[in-house]
Design a protein around this ligand. Structure first.
Ligand SMILES: *[C@@H]1O[C@H](CO)[C@@H](O)[C@H](O)[C@H]1NC(C)=O
Ligand SMILES: *[C@@H]1O[C@H](CO)[C@@H](O)[C@H](O)[C@H]1NC(C)=O
Ligand SMILES: *[C@@H]1O[C@H](CO)[C@@H](O)[C@H](O)[C@H]1NC(C)=O
Ligand SMILES: *[C@@H]1O[C@H](CO)[C@@H](O)[C@H](O)[C@H]1NC(C)=O
Length: 305
């Protein structure tokens, strides 16, 4: 019996995995405009976003700003998902905003046709998603520039796609300990969410937080699309060290990992691939080297482009 199950396991597993998931996912991470050029560089990606995805079994391609729509379409058809990082680029008009909009629209179209293409927005990326979905700037000032908070889960969190795979113990810690870094001065308040139909119909709120005065959305997932946003930073717990409030406890590190694991598994449902191995090699982030920047930035390491 044991031998039989062993054989069945061996025979079926490779077949099963190749048939059901793309176990070589490549995820785009969107670059963003540098406020002031550094040397000759005009855009950057904080390395923690790259490590976040790599730690859960994905490879990363940088999505450069200010490319043509044709170049973005080709890249869209080559990658399996995209992450919009945090930062301080304009979500109304910037290279970051323009690329985010083009990829968002392609993702909506693809998903409507049954081509699963996940999109993740962290912090600025979260705010960008709310603008892309509604066409409106919905932000409210909050006192949340440097604080770690527990998540106030809604009833919908437990059966959500994002949190479903989190261990029960981690969910308890997330609800009771300050495990999520907030580094933002703008938020989408619950009042705005409740009164903005386009937002309310599109996204389900999985957690909220408050700065003492204003309750705001901290985790959301789209009802009908694999589109996700956190106002907090899942990547910082494991990979950023600059600010004393960044959480690094065992549960904080698990938070980074389970969030990355979730999104990388979403990307495994997509089957896009580069036209050739050569095109793939040329696009990967491995062609660039991160710079150690902790002395002059909030990030440990940055990729400059
Ligand atoms: C910046 O670009 C100029 C002109 O192309 C070049 O001469 C210079 O070496 C570059 N500097 C750096 C640091 O790459
Ligand atoms: C990128 O495009 C934005 C406008 O979309 C522009 O403001 C910015 O200067 C461009 N950056 C570069 C490096 O060309
Ligand atoms: C902002 O929040 C911090 C705690 O995160 C608190 O110490 C500070 O007093 C608050 N500032 C204002 C203006 O409410
Ligand atoms: C938003 O709506 C929910 C559900 O109806 C309600 O519980 C909550 O109090 C509302 N919050 C605000 C700030 O309006």
């Amino acid at each position: 019996m044991t031998l039989l199950s062993f054989c069945v396991f061996l025979l079926c597993l490779p077949f099963y995995s190749s048939a059901s998931t793309n176990d070589r996912p490549i995820i785009g991470v969107l670059a963003q405009d540098l406020r002031k050029p550094v040397e000759n560089y005009t855009s950057y990606i904080a390395a923690s976003y790259v490590k976040f995805l790599e730690s859960a079994g994905a490879r990363v391609v940088p999505v450069m700003i200010n490319k043509t729509a044709e170049e973005y379409k080709l890249l869209f058809n080559s990658i399996n998902g995209i992450l919009y990082p945090g930062g301080s680029a304009s979500i109304v008009s910037s290279g970051y905003q323009r690329a985010a909009k083009i990829f968002y629209e392609m993702a909506i179209e693809a998903n409507k046709k049954g081509n699963y293409f996940p999109v993740w927005g962290t912090c600025l990326g979260f705010e960008q998603l709310t603008l892309l979905t509604t066409g409106r700037l919905l932000l409210t000032r909050t006192n949340t520039t440097a604080v770690a908070l527990p998540l106030d889960f809604t009833d919908e969190a437990k059966d959500s796609r994002i949190f479903k795979g989190f261990p029960a113990e981690l969910m308890e810690d997330l609800a009771s300990e300050p495990l999520t870094d907030n580094s933002h001065k703008w938020s989408v308040s619950m009042l705005t969410y409740n009164t903005t139909e386009e937002l309310k119909n599109f996204y389900k709120v999985l957690s909220t937080n408050t700065d003492g005065d204003t309750e705001f959305v901290s985790t959301m997932e789209a009802y009908d699309y694999p589109i996700y946003g956190t106002q907090w930073h899942p990547e910082k717990n494991a990979f950023e060290w600059k600010k004393p409030h960044y959480p690094h406890s065992p549960s904080a590190i698990k938070t980074t990992f389970y969030t990355a694991d979730f999104f990388v598994n979403e990307a495994k449902k997509n089957r896009h691939r580069f036209e050739s191995n050569e095109d793939e090699s040329k696009a990967l982030i491995y062609n660039y080297s991160p710079v150690y920047t902790a002395s002059r930035s909030v990030f440990q390491q940055i990729y400059y482009f």
